[in-house]
Design a binder for this molecule. Structure first.
Ligand code: MSP
Length: 522
């Protein structure tokens, strides 16, 4: 079987801020996808990084009385640390202040210019430094301090010489593309929003600034720095070695399979970015998916409220996989979510500890005590055994991995939630099965039946743990270790029952993997 190449990217994060769970969420979703695709046997390239230029970073650096480069160095490191803290399996981490990126962004500019899509003019209009975005007068709303952006950000009036990109010429081409590639934007609500935005008409876009200097110089006119969004979007190409399109990395992975973004930046990725690429005669990414927004205990996360939740604090208190599990499980992917401490505790206790953890712990401790710590020799399966085995195979689509409704198809379209629900459903069924079969009572009465029941449970736990690896990699591998599954037998190609290790294989003593969370007394 030939491996499929799959290139997935996170947005590159601004270095004016410390990482919080919003950033962790996007990177985590990409990580689950990347790990899932690798388990399917695909050849994955997973990119993340930091967005380091622009007025916002320059302003934050001034306020902190450091150079923008020093601020970028310090904060970029925090985002790099985040990948360790959250166990993110990225293959590269790009910084927009790296020479490889600067050369690449300039090459992109040069191609767009050579194709006649850039001209010199002057910009006068509204700009929001927080959003790093231009706004039309008609988009502004009234705020407590006068006019503000629809996002609530402050705006300032800007007048300066500027290069423009002929975005207005790309409206029809973009609409044709959205129509021809219905999967280009997900979820559908966002797709519809973007289509109506483009149908409303596009204006040419200012793509250079002259009133500050923290940016990539415009080739041939160095008084200008490139608009930070053009600079930032180019990261997806520069990490692959563009403009050297003969490099294997570029040839294997461009166009990207998925740009994962938050809903706040969908317009930049599905209007500006494909138009820039069309202008440069480069292939367009296959899909952009915008996920929802997290609030904290019902409130917007913001610097001024000081309520941003640091991923490290969650991991320290609740555990790494517990944090990963909660973030992916709490809300259907694509919807907005609310982080609450109680919500986190409930998920950990009811699903990880009481459901999956309990199933694994009960089964493996009976095997340890009653089967000499070895995979038992099963007798013939009865109707109940056959039913639970075939139900779990049907729920996981085992043997039908490429078909509609399979886990891999759901994950391919970012439907993480139904995948987690299905795995839990099997665990719930297996807990009902263990209660009804009560293997702990069978040791004396019918040891062969006990062995059969434990064998069935062993196989189901094996399948659950293989499927959970992308979400909770460390805990799944602890369970797979306890099941004595060899490292090279943990992919989806090895999930079916024919890959159960032979009866008699020794298992290591069971260790609880998902402890219950109890609040410490104050
Ligand atoms: N630098 C730009 C992106 C350039 S990509 C070429 C940027 N950076 S950012 O630091 O502001 O990060 C934005 C991303 O972080 C969002 O798109 C989203 O993925 C994630 N989130 C930031 N806050 C979030 C929440 N409150 N909730 C969910 N995700 C959030 O925009």
């Amino acid at each position: 079987m030939t491996k499929k190449n799959y290139f997935v990217t996170t947005p590159i994060y601004y270095v004016n801020d410390r990482p919080h769970i919003g950033h962790a969420y996007t990177s985590l979703a990409c990580d689950v996808l990347a790990r899932f695709k690798r388990l399917c046997g695909d050849n994955v390239y997973f990119l993340t990084g930091t967005d380091e230029h622009g007025q916002k970073v320059e302003k934050s650096a001034k306020a902190a009385d450091v150079t923008p480069q020093a601020l970028a160095d310090a904060n970029s490191q925090h985002f790099r640390d985040l990948t360790q803290i959250m166990n993110i399996s990225n293959d590269d981490f790009i910084r927009t202040t790296e020479p490889r990126h600067i050369a690449s962004a300039q090459a992109l500019w040069t191609r767009m210019l050579a194709n006649g899509h850039i001209y010199l003019g002057s910009y006068s209009g509204w700009y929001s430094v927080r959003d790093e975005a231009y706004y039309q007068e008609s988009e502004l709303v009234d705020g407590p301090k006068g006019k503000m952006a629809p996002t609530g950000a402050e705006v300032e009036w800007v007048e300066e010489p500027s290069y423009f990109f002929r975005l207005s010429a790309f409206g029809d081409k973009l609409l044709e593309h959205y129509a021809a590639q219905p999967d280009f934007i997900g979820p559908d609500t966002r797709r519809n929003e973007i289509i109506s935005f483009v149908k409303g008409g596009l204006k040419d876009l200012s793509i250079s600034r002259t009133t500050f200097s923290w940016g990539i110089p415009v080739p041939g006119d160095e008084k200008h720095v490139m608009y930070v969004w053009l600079d930032a979007l180019a990261n997806y190409l520069s990490a692959l070695g563009f403009p050297d399109t003969s490099r294997p990395l570029y040839k294997d992975f461009w166009p990207a399979d998925l740009h994962m973004v938050g809903k706040d930046i969908i317009r930049f990725h599905t209007v500006y970015w494909p138009a820039f690429l069309m202008a440069a005669d480069l292939p367009l990414p296959k899909r952009v998916f915008a996920h929802g927004w997290w609030t904290i205990e019902g409130e917007k996360m913001s610097k001024s409220l000081g309520n941003a939740v640091a991923p490290q604090a969650l991991v320290e208190e609740f555990g790494l996989d517990q944090t990963r599990y909660f973030l992916m499980r709490e809300v259907p992917f694509g919807n907005d979510g609310n982080f609450s401490r109680q919500g986190m505790i409930n998920r950990i206790n009811s699903e990880l500890a009481n459901n999956i953890g309990n199933l694994v712990q009960r089964t493996l401790s009976i095997v340890s005590k009653n089967c000499d710590g070895k995979i038992p020799v099963p007798g013939a399966f009865n109707a109940t055994d056959k039913q639970i085995l075939s139900e779990s195979d049907a729920i996981l689509h085992i043997g039908e991995e490429d078909k509609v409704g399979s886990l891999s198809e759901l994950i391919h379209f970012q439907s993480f939630s139904p995948v987690m629900e299905r795995i839990l459903e099997i665990s719930t069924k297996a807990n009902i099965y263990i209660d009804s079969q009560a293997p702990w009572k069978l040791k004396k009465e019918n040891p062969e039946r006990m062995n059969t029941v434990l064998y069935v449970l062993y196989d189901i736990i094996r399948k659950i743990s293989i499927s959970l690896q992308p979400f909770i990699p460390d805990s799944s591998s602890k369970i797979l270790d306890q099941l004595s599954i060899p490292l090279d037998q943990r992919s989806f190609a090895h999930i079916s029952s024919e890959f159960i290790p032979p009866s008699g294989t020794a298992l290591s003593p069971p260790q609880p993997v998902f402890p219950r969370f109890t609040e410490q007394a104050a």
